[in-house]
Design a protein around this ligand. Structure first.
Ligand code: S3P
Length: 188
């Protein structure tokens, strides 16, 4: 991964994953990008919730984070059997090496990169109350988590998009252009 213009020679199928820290915009951008590319949109947290029959905060509270990670990994494997989609992952999907391997191999990975300050501002409101890690961690802890995960996102991504400033519509256009630049045959 270097920039938006880097190419992934081996990528063929329009199976796209969105990665990035909490509140980077994956669930907002995902459905719009999927609509533009005319592929289904899948939200990995929603898939986990459907399998577990409870919300993400409930899973964390009742079963703990490791159980959530197990469900997340299983749902990821299951979703990757779909031939085409935009998949919005949870910010912690990169914690498991196997998830990273699967995503890198089976999807075109788009990283929504925000500065920590941007994420923090977004997470201070209601968005933070829905996220168990925000509830249970200090801002210093979250900053450390952000820095550690940033390296994993950078390693995993095929494309990186700075997402602090652009409105969703413009960001989606930038992403669509990048995707189309090397999946043209499959998507037109
Ligand atoms: C998590 C991010 C969340 C969700 C869960 C854990 C994380 O998804 O999967 O609360 O570890 O960063 P979002 O990235 O959509 O907030």
């Amino acid at each position: 991964m270097t920039s938006e213009s880097s190419a992934v020679a081996t990528f063929r199928a329009p199976r796209i994953s969105l990665i990035g820290f909490m509140a980077s915009g994956k669930s907002t951008i995902g459905p719009r990008l999927a609509a533009r590319l005319r592929v289904p949109f899948v939200d990995l947290d929603a898939a986990v919730t459907a399998v577990a029959g409870k919300s993400v905060p409930q899973i964390f509270e009742e079963q703990g984070e490791p159980a959530f990670r197990d469900l997340e990994a299983a749902s990821l494997s299951q979703q990757l059997s779909q031939p085409a989609m935009v998949l919005a992952t949870g910010g912690g999907v990169v914690e498991r090496p196997m998830n990273r391997e699967r995503l890198r191999q089976d999807t075109l990975v788009l990283w929504l990169d925000v500065r920590f300050e941007t994420a923090r501002q977004r997470l201070q409101g209601p968005a933070g109350r829905r996220r168990p890690l925000v509830q249970s961690s200090s801002w210093d802890d979250l900053a450390r988590l952000y820095l550690r995960r940033r390296e994993l996102y950078a390693e995993l991504a095929h494309f990186r998009f700075e997402c602090d400033r652009d409105l969703p519509a413009r960001l989606v256009r930038r992403m669509e252009n990048s995707v189309r630049s090397f999946t043209e045959e499959e998507l037109t």
